[in-house]
Design a protein around this ligand. Structure first.
Ligand SMILES: Nc1ncnc2c1ncn2[C@@H]1O[C@H](COP(=O)(O)OP(=O)(O)OP(=O)(O)O)[C@@H](O)[C@H]1O
Ligand SMILES: [Mg+2]
Length: 252
């Protein structure tokens, strides 16, 4: 017997098929949300069917930015509760979740019983999200993984003053034209995102254990910058983008 969790994000759609007996993930996958979120879910389910018997799925739950687009799920839940449940499954002592996706960022505070007690969300500005990293990678002509590796080789602190991705792009072009290295520019971008998240966290009581989730949690350098600012260790799951779908499957 399985439950199905679906997280339709602004960039990626994720599914987790949860084994209700063994209490473990039977299948997980993600793909770009593209134009049709419903099609993305169906494609992922077809993939899932190659790994487990999906006729044994007895309940399902959908979450994420596009959750209202998918009408075949038994339950619809907010990203806040699903990320909290998913992270608590991966790291049972989770008390603070930092979720950074392609379009927004959320900080979620949990109590010792993994119940959400508070959260703050930024969905107004792309400067603290994956979009900022994507734009930078495009400008520096590298992949997102290369961008993190690049930033680790920085040798000078540069200041990025723009508070908006559109202006930051012009600032990056200017910094390159002045002869600044891609390494130092990449580091400045990560620091700028980390400072935004740090400021956002001031809105609630963030206590350890801190867990960083969402696709952006794959950038090791951002984790390092955040750890430095927060003066606290941050945990990241092996595949951090699936925690919302995992939580949805558990809460289905
Ligand atoms: N290797 C990587 N390093 C850094 N960032 C990455 C990497 N791979 C993906 N990302 C970022 O993760 C984002 C996708 O993450 P995720 O799937 O959590 O977003 P989403 O849930 O679709 O968005 P949202 O929650 O904002 O609606 C991509 O847009 C990209 O910016
Ligand atoms: Mg998301």
């Amino acid at each position: 017997m399985y439950s199905l969790g679906i997280d339709i994000g602004s960039r990626n759609t994720k599914i987790v098929i949860w084994d209700l007996i063994r209490k473990e993930i039977a299948f997980q996958a993600y793909q770009s949300t593209e134009v049709s979120a419903v099609q993305a879910v169906e494609k992922l389910l077809q993939l899932g069917a190659q790994h487990c018997d999906i006729s044994k799925i007895t309940k399902s739950c959908v979450t994420g930015y596009g959750r209202k687009l998918y009408r075949n799920a038994d339950k619809v839940l907010s990203e806040i509760v699903c990320h909290a449940a998913g992270c608590s499954q991966l790291f049972p002592d989770t008390r603070t979740v930092i979720d950074i996706g392609g379009q927004d960022s959320k900080i979620i505070a949990l109590d010792s019983r993994a119940t959400v007690v508070d959260f703050v969300m930024n969905d107004k500005c792309a400067a603290g999200t994956g979009r900022f990293l994507e734009m930078t990678a495009l400008r520096l002509e590298c992949s997102l993984d290369e961008l993190s590796a690049l930033a680790e080789r920085c040798d000078r602190e540069l200041q990025l003053n723009s508070t908006c991705v559109v202006f930051a792009e012009s600032e990056i072009i200017g910094l390159l034209a002045e002869g600044n290295s891609p390494q130092n520019i990449a580091h400045a971008v990560y620091m700028s995102i980390a400072k935004r998240i740090y400021a956002q966290m001031a809105g609630l009581k963030a206590i350890p254990t801190l867990v960083f989730t969402g696709g952006v949690a794959k950038s090791l350098h951002l984790k390092i910058c955040l750890q430095k600012l927060l003066n606290s260790e941050i945990k990241v799951a092996f595949e951090p983008e699936i925690s919302g779908a995992l939580g949805a499957a558990i809460l289905a």
